[in-house]
Design a protein around this ligand. Structure first.
Ligand SMILES: Cc1cc2nc3c(=O)[nH]c(=O)nc-3n(C[C@H](O)[C@H](O)[C@H](O)COP(=O)(O)OP(=O)(O)OC[C@H]3O[C@@H](n4cnc5c(N)ncnc54)[C@H](O)[C@@H]3O)c2cc1C
Length: 467
């Protein structure tokens, strides 16, 4: 390996390669569930340098783990504990290459932090709508490699739908220059879609051209309390009917989620009294502030009249709106503070969600009394984070070791019976790889393996993840 590392050092220079020392930030995942050991960390500063790294890895048969902000939740971005995998961190590639306002597009390098991409778009008077709680650390490359969702999918779609073109370095170190800003291009297989969501197993994304949108004239945010999950679905229907495309966010949080936030982050103000379900609604209006407020108030009044909502608070200013969102986005942090839990990032037809939750809540409390379900997520997209926490007094690590497989089986069986997916937005990584083998259509799996063999025949790109 010294020949390989020497060659890398020569090509990347001092800041481009970390060997030895404290590499924990690159080796351990955000949840501290996966603890690895890297051969080294390569930190190329340009597409040419990424290509050089990949050529050397190919020549020396070294496996590569691409990494962006390392906020992924499925163990895809950190090395195993063999000490033989090279972490390829894209975080030095953070240039906004171009903003084309007339084409409503922006081209940025893969290591740009999502919040910086949003800020660059805002600086040009445009909106880049991808938004998630990890946006202060996650990167554009990671967002595309995982096809990230987040809080604005309802209106703008996920990372895939926002992407127009990609630049990718292949397993052998060639550069595919696909940075097109075109909205129409029917010239054969869609390579862009192949790399999006491939979790670093097919190529290294080095830059992307993304869609921009006009900035809404007004954004209104409200919290609404509902007695039953059915009521939240009724509220979603009403909001769609009244607001149409202006509905940009529809998030739900169960009582246990907000109780956990109150316990772990007591400094956060909770504007409504605890309810079985609390909904966060966001409306982004292209017309005017008055129009937006009129639609919002009318919608909430109608929901009260129908008994779907029992209490509500509309944010009076931007600060309050941010505080409402912060409450919702703090749930993963509160969970991380409370210790490991069994995460399920599932997707279901919205109509099937109340039945699923009722069945699972009963099944799990029968399986183990005292189990706590932290259930929250993007109901408007049919995406729930149905996370299962150990009963109080039971050590989380022991709980996971003894019960994770049995609980997963129950949850994923119920998801599958309803035509759902075991991964809505976080991806597969190492966490769900075995589950995917059991549950995905065998023909789809065979096609995925053929694609992997064609693009990475030596299995050097993120081996042991996804496929
Ligand atoms: C608090 C919190 C909230 C979150 N909320 C959401 C949410 O609402 N919606 C959502 O979808 N996700 C969410 N996530 C998960 C995570 O933030 C996303 O998956 C994000 O897109 C990962 O970006 P990253 O830069 O951190 O990627 P990393 O974690 O570094 O990597 C993720 C995967 O992509 C690969 N990869 C990274 N960069 C590249 C590249 N340039 N080329 C090829 N492969 C690459 C890695 O190998 C790995 O498999 C959340 C995470 C946290 C911690």
């Amino acid at each position: 390996m010294s020949g390989f590392l020497g060659a890398l050092r020569e090509r990347l220079g001092e800041p481009g390669l970390l060997v030895g020392g404290d590499l924990a930030a690159y080796e351990n995942d955000w949840r501290k569930r996966y603890v690895g050991r890297a051969l080294a960390v390569a930190r190329p500063a340009s597409t040419g340098e990424v290509a050089t790294v990949m050529r050397l890895c190919h020549e020396h048969r070294v496996a590569v783990v691409p990494q962006g902000g390392n906020t992924g939740l499925v163990g895809g971005s950190t090395p195993d504990d063999s000490g033989r995998q090279l972490v390829l961190s894209l975080t030095r590639m953070k240039r906004i290459r171009e903003i084309d306002v007339a084409n409503a597009s922006l081209t940025a390098e893969a290591g740009c932090v999502l919040a910086d991409v949003q800020a660059a778009a805002a600086g040009a008077g445009m909106l880049f709508p991808l938004s998630l709680a990890a946006e202060g650390s996650c990167t554009l490359g990671g967002n595309l490699a995982t096809n990230a969702g987040g809080t604005q999918v309802l209106r703008y779609g996920n990372a895939r739908e926002l992407c127009l073109g990609l630049e990718v370095v292949t397993a052998t170190g060639e550069v595919w220059q696909g940075l097109s800003g075109l909205r129409k291009d029917n010239t054969g297989y869609d390579l862009r879609d192949l790399f999006i969501g491939s979790e670093g197993t097919l190529g290294i994304i080095t830059a992307a051209t993304m869609k921009l949108y006009p900035v809404p004239k007004e954004k209104l945010t409200a919290l609404a309390a509902c007695g039953k999950l059915h009521d939240t679905v009724a509220l979603l229907g009403l909001a769609r009917e009244r607001a149409g495309d202006a509905l940009t966010g529809f998030e739900v949080m169960n009582r246990a989620s907000l109780a956990l936030v109150a316990r772990e982050l007591p400094q956060l103000v909770q504007p409504l009294a605890p309810a079985e379900w609390t909904v966060l609604l966001e409306l982004s209006d292209a017309e005017s502030a008055e129009h937006a407020r009129g639609v919002f108030e009318g919608l909430l009044e109608a929901a009260f009249e129908r008994g779907a909502v029992t209490d509500a608070a509309i944010a009076q200013n931007l600060e309050q709106a941010k505080a409402f969102w912060h409450l919702r986005e703090s749930i993963p942090l509160a969970q991380a503070q409370a210790g490991l839990n069994i995460k399920h990032d599932i997707s279901l037809p919205v109509s099937a969600i109340p039945g699923f939750v009722a069945e699972m809540d009963t099944a799990l409390s029968t399986y183990m009394p005292g189990i706590e379900v932290i259930d929250f997520g993007h109901l408007g997209d049919g995406n729930l984070h149905y996370n299962v926490q150990a009963p109080r007094g039971v050590a989380p690590a022991e709980f996971l070791a003894a019960h994770e497989a049995a609980i997963n089986e129950r949850v994923y069986d119920a998801v599958q019976r309803r035509g759902g997916s075991i991964s809505a937005e976080h991806g597969i990584g190492r966490l769900k790889r075995e589950e995917l083998q059991q549950r995905k259509d065998p023909t789809a799996l065979a096609l995925m393996r053929s694609i992997k063999r064609a693009l990475d025949p030596l299995d050097l790109l993120n081996p042991g993840r996804l496929v």
